[in-house]
Design a protein around this ligand. Structure first.
Ligand code: KIV
Length: 262
């Protein structure tokens, strides 16, 4: 059992008590003020300023083009809106190549308003996670499919399909927990393996594409509201059609100005 040595601010501590109470965590990404404010007002437990913003906000092909400047800007904007949820910001690609860099960039994101920073990787990131802990910077882990490695891996692949890979994931989950993180994201992990990890850890697991038995779920907000129609992940269940509404409203506006009807 891990004992966090970083004193967690209340919104992060609430994640731990939710797991203890058996309450599932509903968490989402946000990158702008109005969306973050609406999500916060809706009572979502955790808001992630994810580096997925590179794709769904900035139109990049993957997250590897996201920089610290991007993350600092969006974290500042989202922090202005959030009064209740735990606010977590991603450390972007290559910003935590060493423990010292993880701490320097982690500090900047906390100064921009994040309660915690998230970084991708398992046991191999232990030095960075321990450095963050020792610097008093709360962290969230992220194992399984790591979007920042998509180019090396040649695509987005499910993790934990073979017994050795499942063992590696379980070992990584334990290593990340031992660094005192507040929670861990499990991305695209075979559901049975994600369920096992959820059972053996005391920190909350937050799943995406990893089945229904994690302690919570995270989704990219665009996938929930149907705001990025050009790519919809297989596990996304859009509950609205914002793209359709924008197209309808823009066409109605266009016609009202031009006098045409499409
Ligand atoms: O960048 C992101 O949005 C993420 C989540 C999908 C977990 O890391």
């Amino acid at each position: 059992m891990s004992t966090p040595s970083v004193p967690f601010p209340d919104p992060l501590a609430r994640l731990q008590s939710a797991k203890a109470a058996g309450r599932r965590l509903a968490t989402l990404t946000a990158y702008d003020y109005p969306t973050a404010r609406l999500i916060d007002e809706a009572g979502i437990d955790l808001i992630l300023v994810g580096d997925s913003l590179g794709m769904v906000f900035a139109g990049l092909p993957d997250t590897t083009g996201v920089t610290m400047d991007h993350m600092l800007y969006h974290t500042t904007v989202v922090a202005r809106a959030v009064t209740r949820a735990a606010l977590v910001a991603d450390l972007p690609y290559r910003s935590y190549d060493s423990p010292a860099e993880a701490v320097r960039h982690g500090r900047s994101l906390i100064a921009a308003g994040a309660h915690a920073v998230k970084l991708e990787g398992g046991r191999e990131q232990l030095p960075q996670l321990l450095a963050l802990r020792d610097a008093g910077i709360p962290a969230v882990g992220h194992i399984g499919m790591l979007p920042q490695h998509v180019l090396e891996e040649g695509g987005y692949k499910k993790k934990g399909k073979t017994p050795p890979e499942a063992e590696r994931l379980i070992d990584s989950a334990r290593a990340v927990e031992s660094a005192g993180v507040a929670a861990i994201v499990l991305e695209s992990i075979v559901p049975a393996v994600a369920t096992h990890i959820t059972e053996v850890l005391t920190i909350p697991t937050i799943g995406i594409g990893s089945g229904d038995h994690c302690d919570g779920q995270i989704r990219v907000i665009h996938d929930v509201i149907g705001a990025f129609p050009w790519f919809v992940p297989p596990f996304a269940r859009p509950a609205a059609d914002i793209a359709g509404e924008i197209r309808r409203a823009v066409a109605a506006y266009r016609d009202s100005v031009t006098g045409d009807s499409a």
